[in-house]
Write a protein that binds this ligand. Structure first.
Ligand code: XMP
Length: 518
């Protein structure tokens, strides 16, 4: 792999993704990694990430100096560039010239050096630094500078050391991907042969080795992660797998059919559907408090799953092969964020459904542990999963139960399902799916307002549209959906959905608003 050494902040994940976009497999490691641990991973390249610190600060994250003696081609970025400069005998100084945001850099050599080769001599890059490299280490060529930073990029071809002060992983750096690609393919001579497709073959092998002849169960929610992880296990040990789908009655229009028909047709998985809508709705009767709703839904989900589990355990015992494994759709960001990048720290279990029992007696099968979301989607497509599942935007485990402000009832769910289907259809038709992270559609069941339809007075409920744009759901902004699209949605909902006489738009960012209303 290419190892991305994490010096903090969020840069490392972005770098790891960009390296993979260049068709090279990457892994994130903490900056505390030792030279021996690096050697054991047998890397073909190393990228030192940016980070929030100053190399001067007491306790500033450092790097085992032995890592730069392993003979592995290394690219330093921002803070990583400065760490590299300092360790190799250059000078890092507080020049008093900070650079933030878009900055022009000019190449100092016109001979097409390896790192900046094929790029114009002046380019716009994304900077974010207070300190600067004032003198490059001996034996290094200075490749580029800015108005205030004399050493903005350097190289030592002989030793395979490269560095840039700017952030090539950020889209605002015009030729950032070219810089990374030049480092990987030209400087380090790494072939571009990694892609999500060959992950399938590798994971299938691994799953077979892990599972042996034991039985496996999987909780299928209809979301991307559980769909793709289940499909991989199906590909590997299909005869031993049973998927459990709990229909809690809080799904959107078409989602049950997508799983029961389309997904099963595409994968051939053995699926058990637990029809639990009545149980969930009875348990939710009279409840209006959001936290209480979530607790009830989580609890009932576990009950429903455990019931299916007991039946399956009994069946498995009869046939002699016990159930030993549970499939989980844990993704790489979850692993990294819970300190699992080192492969040793404890991993938070990822609940992408309504929450699974805490005391599960199963070992986990997690075939997506090394992957990012976009890679998971690519694998899903490669496995032939239906596009509505592969492209599905995030949808919360508690489903429409937390999108009805007020008590959850069958009638209200039906109404919300209709409105939600219209919104999804119109946003897709307007080509807005890529611009929108997700668009909760919320029914304000406890609010009524006066309206007029035909020649009659109405006293109906408002529907809230909450389209948001986001990178990771931690922060979000409301999406500027064109007025004509909003007009069409409003028009259709008020005409087609009974008891709704008003459509309103939520124009709150996150923070202060959360994405969901409850
Ligand atoms: P909030 O509302 O906290 O949502 O801004 C952030 C993201 O998480 C989703 N979400 C959930 N997902 N179970 C889930 O699986 C939940 O209980 C849950 N609550 C919120 C939400 O849709 C958004 O993508």
């Amino acid at each position: 792999p290419v190892l991305v050494v994490d010096f903090g902040a969020q840069y490392a994940q972005l770098i790891a993704r960009r390296v993979r976009e260049a068709s090279v497999y990457s892994e994130i490691v903490p900056h505390t990694i030792t030279a021996d641990e690096v050697r054991a991973k047998n890397p073909v390249g190393i990228v030192l990430s940016g980070g929030p610190s100053s190399v001067y600060e007491a306790g500033a994250p450092s790097l085992d100096p032995g890592i730069l003696e392993l003979g592995v081609p290394t690219l330093g970025i921002c803070y990583g560039f400065q760490v590299m400069a300092q360790q190799l005998g250059g000078t890092v100084a507080q020049t008093g010239h900070r650079e933030y945001g878009s900055t022009a850099v000019t190449a100092l050599t016109d001979d097409g050096n390896v790192l900046l080769g094929g790029q114009p001599s002046a380019q716009i890059v994304w900077m974010s630094h207070g300190d600067s490299v004032s003198i490059a280490p001996e034996g290094f060529d200075v490749l580029a500078s800015t108005a205030t930073t004399p050493v903005a990029a350097f190289a030592n071809d002989e030793q395979g050391f490269y560095g840039v002060q700017w952030h090539p992983e950020v889209k605002h750096s015009e030729y950032g991907q070219d810089v990374l690609s030049n480092f990987l393919h030209k400087a380090a001579d790494i072939p571009a042969d990694w892609n999500p497709g060959n992950v399938i073959a590798e994971q299938v092998e691994r799953i077979r080795a892990q599972v042996g002849s034991a039985r496996v169960i999987s909780a299928l929610s209809g979301g991307v992660d559980s769909a793709v992880s289940t499909a991989l296990v199906q590909e590997a040990v299909g005869d031993q797998l049973t998927a459990v789908f709990v229909d809690h009655g809080l799904l959107r229009q078409g989602e049950r059919e997508q799983v029961q028909q389309d997904y099963v047709a595409a994968t051939g998985v053995r699926l058990i559907t637990v029809d639990a809508a009545d149980i969930f709705l009875d348990a939710l009767a009279g409840v209006t408090d959001p936290e209480e709703k979530r607790k009830i839904i989580g609890r009932e989900f576990i009950r429903a799953f455990e019931q299916a589990e007991r039946d399956l355990i009994a069946e498995a015992a009869a046939d002699g092969e016990p159930i030993k494994f549970l499939v989980q759709g844990t993704l790489y960001p979850d692993v990294v964020e819970s300190g699992g990048g080192t492969g040793t720290a404890n991993i938070k279990s990822h609940h992408n459904v309504g929450g699974l029992p805490e005391d599960l007696q199963f070992e986990l099968v997690e075939p997506l542990r090394t992957l990012f979301k976009d890679e998971v989607r690519a694998i899903g497509r490669e496995l032939g999963l239906p596009e509505p599942i592969v492209a599905r935007q995030p949808f919360p485990g508690p489903g429409l139960g937390i999108r009805i402000v007020g008590e959850v009832t069958r009638d209200r769910l039906d109404l919300l399902r209709e409105a939600d289907a219209i919104v999804r259809a119109e946003l897709t038709a307007a080509g807005l799916d890529a611009a929108i992270w997700q668009c909760p559609v919320v029914l304000l069941a406890d609010v009524r307002s006066v309206g007029v339809q035909g020649d009659g007075r109405t006293y109906g409920h408002p529907i809230v549209l909450r389209p948001v744009s986001s990178e990771d759901a931690m922060t979000a902004d409301w999406t500027r959906v064109p007025y004509d699209v909003l007009a069409k949605i409003s028009n259709r909902i008020t005409n087609e959905v009974k008891d709704v006489n008003r459509v309103v738009l939520d124009v709150t960012s996150k923070p202060p608003g959360t994405i969901e209303w409850e």
